[in-house]
Design a protein around this ligand. Structure first.
Ligand code: NI
Length: 181
């Protein structure tokens, strides 16, 4: 089932998500809906917050580079109750977008590598050291669970440049809320 996305202006995106107490079949069904929703929007990551559910869950879809240098979609990965630690001192800046901020792309500095601890879809704990683009995806989605967005991490002058788009998204949200029955 494709879930409806929350866009900038929706206060849920600024809230702190709560830990999952138990990985039940309902939670697993919700996660498979999240993956379906991410793929339907051609995204490479989605946090539960973005579909209005304040639980500490996110999914990513890994990407790899094909023979002709093109980006190809790989497997999806589920993170429940993730804990990010040991960020490297080496930072990297990359242009990022977000399904909750359509048409907005800003430069976000992030550590090159991190350690991640989480539960998988079966509720089994795992941990890993991740570097490069996957680490960035994880940090982006983990930010959502703490109410943080890419526009909080980009240079202030870039935020100014996209301010008109943010204002528009906020207005759209207000209109949508009014017409909702
Ligand atoms: Ni996002």
């Amino acid at each position: 089932m494709i879930l409806s996305l929350c866009y900038y202006g929706n206060p849920v995106l600024r809230k702190q998500a709560s830990p999952v107490k138990e990985v039940t079949p309902e939670i697993q069904k919700f996660i498979s809906d999240m993956i379906e929703t991410m793929d339907d929007h051609n995204g490479i990551g989605l946090a539960a917050t973005q579909v209005g559910v304040l639980l500490r869950i996110f999914v990513i879809r890994k990407e790899f580079i094909g023979d002709n240098g093109e980006f190809l979609k790989g497997v999806s990965q589920v993170f429940i109750n993730p804990e990010v630690s040991e960020p490297s001192d080496d930072m990297e800046i990359m242009n990022e977008g977000c399904l909750s901020l359509p048409k907005i792309f800003v430069d976000v500095p992030r550590p090159q590598s991190i350690k991640i601890k989480a539960l998988d879809i079966d509720g089994k704990p795992f941990e890993d050291t991740i570097t490069g683009f996957t680490a960035r995806q994880i940090m982006h989605e983990n930010d959502h669970l703490n109410g943080k967005l890419i526009i909080d991490r980009c240079p202030p002058e870039q935020k100014k440049e996209v301010q008109h788009l943010l204002t528009q998204l906020k207005k759209n949200h207000k209109n949508r809320s009014k017409t909702r029955t």
